[in-house]
Every structure is written in structure tokens, then in C-alpha cells.
Design a protein around this ligand. Structure first.
Ligand code: ATP
Ligand code: MG
Ligand code: MG
Ligand code: MG
Length: 473
């Protein structure tokens, strides 16, 4: 029988509870007392206080399912099978308690025991850091994983430049030959490489060194374990889904969007499928972010929300939806997530109101903005220009509410760049004009450090097939 996403989440937490872990509820997406992060982007981001020793946990073994937002993955959404803006990271943590041996053998037990996940060991591969012979030995001798399922990968070292760091092991699920997107002899054709056939489901970090300011590494007196498993990815494995979107976490949203569209159906074309996926993804992120107290605005977290809503609205146009509709998806998100996050459904009316206001505002200027953008693109092409001028991009941003990134995406799809320097100059001048003391510098700084905080930024996927442009036609 196929398990639901709620059952799978619960099974993970129950497993680690049975190994003496305390189950921690998901923390807010908005970091407390952490100026280095715009959003909570992983389970461990909420555990920093334990790992740096400033707070001692009651129980050094902790497990959680943590809602996380990663803005660096926004443009991957819908184009890869596995990336979301908001996702849940299941994790188990050892604060100076157990280490490699338990972390590995328990991971193996959870994944393969018929009592738990019951995955076929033949389908599982792990990567290890080449110098971490200990991890390799444990995977092979204690877990019993065949040597040809253990791949040495040089990047498997978790390090954000200072503080706790160490080798890690990533676990991949082989989705099978039919997902092969690379030739057999392609050098990227291995678990951990670019082949979509191998889905990264879990990352286990063995935090055992202190990376010092002078760039040396000293062993930590207390070694830690930090792991992260993407719930949506594991659910896709359980539910035999082609991508994360064909699971109970997303399908009700896709179905509801189909109803709004009337004319387009999921599965009709790759282009419109991307739009369905982006809408389902973005409304989840927006709903949770607003539920946790953020609001659309022009900077920092608020700008991320604004950008997501506007991007989703554009994709709605792509599906023939020309009126506010996203707000009606908010209770659908609430219902899907009700068992673990009942507060979302409770706040659904408020969240929907905020989304509706933002949608209405953008819809008012969208048509005119698209027309202007279309003219600018035409003109640039006629003039053989490589770029849209900073002035025109700024006008779209300032007067028509087009997030810079959105204009950039559309331009890229038309083979054009945007004049970033010109845009920045316009922005600066406007700020001076307004004599505003506030500047975006702070939020930009935070954005950058968010990227630094993410261990292995995904490769840029590109926009060979950008969909939002169809609305321009
Ligand atoms: P990928 O290489 O697929 O981008 P990652 O190596 O960046 O993933 P980690 O930082 O190791 O991811 O995060 C731990 C786990 O969280 C991953 O193994 C994956 O299951 C999940 N995960 C990471 N990013 C996302 C995302 N954007 N959407 C959904 N799940 C994610
Ligand atoms: Mg990883
Ligand atoms: Mg990775
Ligand atoms: Mg990534």
C-alpha cells in the first residue's frame, strides 16, 4: 500500500524517536537572532545555538521536519524534478553525542528495513569524501552496502568558511534506466553527477573539524551529526512519481489550478506543465511565509514573497488565467499540510487576503507592463542591441511592479541581457531623489550570505524553455 506524505514524515520522526531522539516541532521560517540568514533554509539552521554551545539541549539527540526556503532554487522550480522554493527537511541531529557509526547504520536501517521505508538496497548509492575512509568502511562493512554503490566525490566536504565542518555522505536513489538523461560514457554519469536518474534524497554531515580563521582545521572536541532528507523527494519515490509534483503534496494544487484555467490540463505540454508546477510551488512558499509573519514588500523577505507571487501570476497568464486566483489556493495548501501544520489552515483567511491584495495590485499594471516590455524587446532586436536598457528595466520595476529577476528571465529567453549597471544607477538615483535613508544594501548582504550558507549550490539549469514569455505573444 502506498504511504501518504503525512505517514512518511511521521515514520521518519518515529524511527529516530525509537533511537532516543527528541522530536522538535518545525521552527518558524523567519530566523530568530540570526542576522546571517534571510530564511531558515535547512534543519541545522535552527540548531546553530546547540552546535555552537551557546545553548545546551535537554537531549543531545534531536529529530525534526523543518520547513525551509531556498531562494537560490527558485529558478530551478519546474525545470528539475526535485527542487522547490519551500520544502521540508527531515533531519536527525547529534549534539556531541553519537557519531558516524550510528548515523550511517541508522540511516541504512531506516531506508532499507521492511519495518520502515523498505527501499530496495540495489537502488541506493552513497557518496563519500575520498579521505573519509572511515565512512566508506562503515557503509560497506557495517551497513553492508556493496563497494560499487559507494562513490568517492571530492566535493563531499561541508564547509561554510569557518566553524564546524567535515566530510559528508549523500544518499541517492536510482530511479531507473528510464530516467537516464546522459550517455553511458558521460563523465557526469554517476550518483552525485548530473544524471537525473540518481535522485539525491539525504545528506549526512559528519561535523568533526573546526575551520579556523587561519584556514587550518582542528578536530572538534565534540563531534556532531547533522542530516537533511527532502520529504518531497522521498514521497516521490514512495508514490512512484515522475517528479516531486505528482505526489499528494502537490497534485491537489495542480488540480485546483486546472479548474481555474479551464483550457489547459496538466500533462498537455512541457511548457504549461512548468507553469502548473511553479504555481503549486510558489503558493506553498508564499502561504507558509505569510503564515509565519512575513508580508510582501520591496526588500528582504518581503521582496521574495512579492517576487514569488508575481512570478506565479505570470505563469497563471500562461494558463489563460487573467484574474486573481492564487489566493484561492491558500486553503488548498492548508488542507494538504493540515496534519503537521494545522496553523496554516487556521490562518488561511488572513493569508488569502494578503495574497489577494498583492495579486490585484500586480494585475492592475501587468497588461501595460507586458506591452511595454514587448515593445522594448522588439526595439532592442531591431537595433541589434544585446541588452534591454537599465532605464526601461527600471521603469518596469518601478511603475509596473516587474521584479528585476522576472524581466531578466523573459529577456534571457529572448536572447537578450539586461543592463544591470544601468538599472542599479536608476535605482540609486531614485533613492537619492527620495532622499530615503534606507537602502537595500542590507537585504542584499543577507541574500548573499544565504547563498554562502548553502553547501552545494545547484548548477544553473538555464532557460532553454522559458515559459512566461508565451504571455508576450
Ligand atoms: P541538490 O544537489 O539536489 O540541489 P543539495 O545538495 O543542495 O541538493 P542539501 O543542502 O544537501 O541539498 O540539503 C539536504 C537535502 O534537502 C537534500 O538531500 C534534498 O533531499 C533536500 N533539498 C535540498 N534542496 C532542496 C530543494 N530546493 N527542494 C527540495 N528538496 C531539497
Ligand atoms: Mg546535498
Ligand atoms: Mg547536492
Ligand atoms: Mg542544491
Amino acid at each position: 500500500k502506498e504511504l501518504t506524505s503525512s505517514q512518511i514524515r511521521q515514520m521518519y520522526l518515529d524511527f529516530f524517536k525509537s533511537k532516543g531522539h527528541e522530536v522538535m516541532p518545525s521552527a518558524s521560517l523567519i530566523p530568530h537572532d540570526d542576522p546571517t540568514l534571510l530564511w531558515i533554509n535547512s534543519g541545522v539552521a535552527t540548531m546553530k545555538k546547540f552546535f555552537d554551545g551557546s545553548v545546551v539541549p535537554k537531549n543531545p539527540r534531536i529529530t525534526s521536519s523543518q520547513k525551509s526556503i531556498r531562494t537560490n532554487d527558485i529558478e530551478n522550480v519546474g525545470h528539475t524534478a526535485r527542487h522547490h522554493t519551500l520544502f521540508e527537511m527531515l533531519g536527525n541531529f547529534s549534539v556531541g553525542d553519537y557519531f558516524k557509526e550510528e548515523a550511517i547504520t541508522w540511516a541504512w536501517e531506516l531506508l532499507t528495513s521492511p519495518k520502515w521505508f523498505g527501499m530496495d538496497p540495489e537502488r541506493l548509492y552513497v557518496t563519500v569524501y575520498p579521505k573519509d575512509t572511515e565512512a566508506k568502511r562503515i557503509w560497506h562493512e557495517e551497513a553492508g552496502l556493496a563497494l560499487d554503490h559507494i562513490v568517492e566525490v571530492e566535493d563531499n566536504f561541508w564547509d561554510i568558511g569557518q566553524g564546524p565542518s567535515g566530510p559528508d555522505s549523500e544518499i541517492f536513489y536510482d530511479r531507473g534506466q528510464e530516467f537516464n538523461n546522459l550517455a553511458d560514457d558521460d563523465p557526469e554519469n554517476y550518483p552525485g553527477g548530473e544524471n537525473e536518474r540518481y535522485l539525491e534524497i539525504w545528506n549526512i554531515v559528519f561535523s568533526e573539524f573546526n575551520h579556523k580563521p587561519d584556514d587550518t582545521y582542528e578536530p572538534l572536541p565534540h563531534k556532531n551529526i547533522d542530516t537533511g532528507m527532502g520529504l518531497e523527494r522521498v514521497v516521490s519515490v514512495f508514490q512512484h512519481a515522475k517528479t516531486n509534483f505528482e505526489t499528494d503534496l502537490f497534485l491537489p494544487l495542480i488540480k485546483a489550478t486546472e479548474k481555474k484555467s479551464g483550457q489547459h490540463h496538466y500533462g498537455d505540454s512541457t511548457e504549461t506543465d512548468v507553469s502548473f508546477k511553479v504555481i503549486a510551488d510558489h503558493i506553498r512558499a508564499v502561504t507558509f511565509a505569510i503564515g509565519d509573519g512575513a508580508l510582501p514588500s520591496n526588500e528582504g523577505r518581503g521582496y521574495v514573497i512579492r517576487r514569488l507571487i508575481r512570478r506565479a501570476v505570470m505563469h497563471g497568464r500562461q494558463l489563460g488565467i487573467d484574474h486573481a486566483f492564487l489566493y484561492q489556493l491558500v486553503p488548498v495548501v492548508g488542507k494538504i499540510m493540515e496534519s503537521y501544520y494545522p496553523e496554516v489552515l487556521e490562518q488561511a483567511d488572513y493569508i488569502a487576503k494578503v495574497v489577494r491584495m498583492e495579486e490585484d495590485r500586480f494585475n492592475e499594471t501587468l497588461q501595460d507592463g507586458l506591452q511595454l516590455l514587448n515593445e522594448n524587446i522588439k526595439k532592442a532586436k531591431q537595433d541589434d542591441a544585446k541588452q534591454l536598457t537599465g532605464k526601461s528595466v527600471f521603469k518596469l520595476y518601478d511603475t509596473y511592479g516587474f521584479p528585476l529577476e522576472l524581466t531578466k528571465e523573459i529577456a534571457t529567453d529572448q536572447g537578450l541581457e539586461i543592463d544591470q549597471t544601468g538599472f542599479d544607477l536608476e535605482m540609486k538615483q531614485q533613492k537619492e531623489r527620495a532622499r530615503s535613508a534606507r537602502s537595500n544594501a542590507k537585504s542584499m548582504g543577507v541574500q548573499k550570505s544565504l547563498l554562502v550558507d548553502i553547501k552545494t549550490p545547484s548548477k544553473y539549469v538555464g532557460y532553454e524553455k522559458l515559459t512566461v514569455t508565451a504571455v508576450l505573444k
